[in-house]
Ligand binder design. Sequence first.
Ligand code: NAD
Length: 367
Amino acid sequence: MSNPSLLILPGDGIGPEVMAEVRRVIDWFGDKRGLKFDVSEDLVGGSAYDAHGTPLTDETMAKAQEVDAVLLGAVGGPKYDVLDFSVKPERGLLRLRKEMDLYANLRPAQCFDALADFSSLKKDVVAGLDIVIVRELTSGIYFGEPRGIIEEGNERVGINTQRYTESEIDRVARSAFELAMRRGKKLCSMEKANVMESGILWREVVTEVGKEYPEVELSHMYADAGAMQLCRWPKQFDVIVTDNLFGDLLSDAAAMLTGSLGMLPSASLGAPMANGRPKALYEPVHGSAPDIAGQGKANPIACILSFAMALRYSFDKGDEATRLEQAIENVLAKGYRTADLLGEEGKQPVSTSEMGTAILEALDESL
Ligand code: NAD
C-alpha cells in the first residue's frame, strides 16, 4: 500500500520558519514510528505570486485535490498590500478552501496546564480545557443573497442574508457528530432558533442527524447563552457546532481562553473522498507575522499542533497525535517558552528551532 500523501504549503513570513519545524516532526514519525508520508511541497500566497504571478497555480490546486491532506503555514505580508485584490496572497488560501469545498472548520481550544496562567480567566476555569468548535464555513450570512448597500428613500440600507439549505446543515452536523464520536461523545448545537428561521431549521436538521448518532449526547443552546457559558465554565462542552457567523465569534473567543495565537491550530474539512477520509486543510490560526518574520522568534507549536490534527483526523493516528500533544505539554512544563509565551520579565526565550528541538527530544523520551 502506498504511503499517505501530504502537500505542504509553507507560504509567507513566518510560514516557512514554523513549517521547517513541522518537517522535522514529520521526519521523526517516519524514522521512529514507521509512519511514512509522501510529502510534496509547493508555493502559496505571496511566494507563489513572486514565482508565478498568481497566489495559487492551477497545478498546485490540482495537487491539493489529490492528496490525503494539505498543511499550510500562513500567507500575506506588507509587500503584497499594493497588489490587485484578485492576486492578493489571501486569494490563494480562499481558492483552496472554496475549490476543496471545506465546509467544516474545526477550531480546538485546548489549554496546556503549563500555560493556564496565560488565560484572562481563572486558572481552574481553563486548566485542562479541551473543546472543539465546528464552524460552518461556506454558507450563511457571509455568502447569502441578496446582499449589498442600496438606496431606499433618502438613505442607504446595508443588506446581508442568512440562508442555509437543509443539506448544508446536514453535512456540517455530520462532521460534528463524527468528531464527537472520536472524542467525549457530547455535542452542543448553537443557533438563535428563538428569533431566526434559519436557526429553527438548523435545530431541526441537527436533531434529525442526531438520531443516527444515538451514542452522542446532543444539546441545543442559543448562541448568546453559549457565549456566556463559554466564559463562565467552558469545560462543560466537548464539541460545539454552529453556523458561520456565530462560529466566527465563538471560536475566536474560545481560542483566546487559552492564551497565545502561537498555540492555536485549525482544520477545515470537506466531504469524504473515495478512501473515506475527508478532504482536509490544516493550518495554524495565526497569520504570517511580518513583525517577527526572519528572526527565529516564531512559535512553531500552532503549526505542529495542526499536524497533530492531521494525524488524528486524516490519518486515523489519534494515539500518535496524543503522543505529539503530550510531548508539547512536557516541553512547556519544563519551562521552554518562545517569546510570545513569556509573561515574566528577565526570562530568556527559546528560538523557533530550539522549540522544535525540545519537542523532538520530548518525542524521543516518549518511546
Ligand atoms: P498575525 O497572526 O500574523 O500576527 C498577529 C500578532 O501575533 C503579531 O504580533 C505576531 O507577531 C504575533 N504572532 C502570530 N503568530 C505568531 C507565532 N506563531 N509566534 C509568535 N507570535 C506570533 O496577524 P496580522 O499581523 O494581523 O497579519 C499579518 C499578515 O498575515 C497579513 O498579511 C494578514 O493578511 C495575514 N494573515 C494570514 C492568515 C492566514 O494565512 N491564515 C491569517 C491571518 C492573517
